[in-house]
Design a protein around this ligand. Sequence first.
Ligand SMILES: [Zn+2]
Length: 252
Amino acid sequence: MSEKDRLLTDEALLLHVRNWQTADKYAVCFTREHGKLRFIAYGARYERNVQGRLLQPFANLRIEVQQGQKVDKLRSCELVQVPQALDVQQMAYAAVAAELTAVLTEDRAPQPELYELLQQTLAIILERNPRLVVLSFAIKLLYITGFAPQMQHCVSCGERVEDEAEAWFSPLQGGLICSECRAGYSGDGLEHCGAGTRRLWQTLATLDFEHPAAFSVRGAELMELEKNLYKFIFFQTDKPLNSLNFLSQLGL
Ligand SMILES: [Zn+2]
């Protein structure tokens, strides 16, 4: 491949940025056309490096990247949108969306609908309850990436769980467990997952971020959904997410 062939230009949302060696930055981003990319921006931490200053978490940039054998290098970048000022709470929730995207996607697997979703999510976090926005994002992300748990049928017997029926959730098996199966279920880690919690799941799974409809949320159902969802994600990723630890440190 020639030098030119290995140049890639795309729109990107930055998921993670950290310092690299003495003067550089390492970044993970999600792009519109090429999926998740990682690159090193050499010299990005020098005072005079204007482009280097644009490399901040959640920034929306047009990037030009030189693809390398081992590591991709940033050639240039410019703003697509001027970054919005997020408060600590909004930033903490945006970090959850960013980290989930980073851990649940493969390098260079294009998913343009996920790029759109992430862009909408980072915008709507400023206007709406960031906790609900990020839950809705997380559920949609699970469907887009093919990791979504089974929320209609019992994963043990395969029967449909009726709308008003009691049910439980197995983070390990990745789905609902009906009342009958629960009686004979010896595995640990089952969580209650009531009818209201399942309705909230469906509402958040289909919430239109461009024209979000108003809906009411019961605290207990919200907490139950959050617990089930994050436990399930923990089983998928096999490690605790830094951003969720940060949320709990903030008491959110
Ligand atoms: Zn069952």
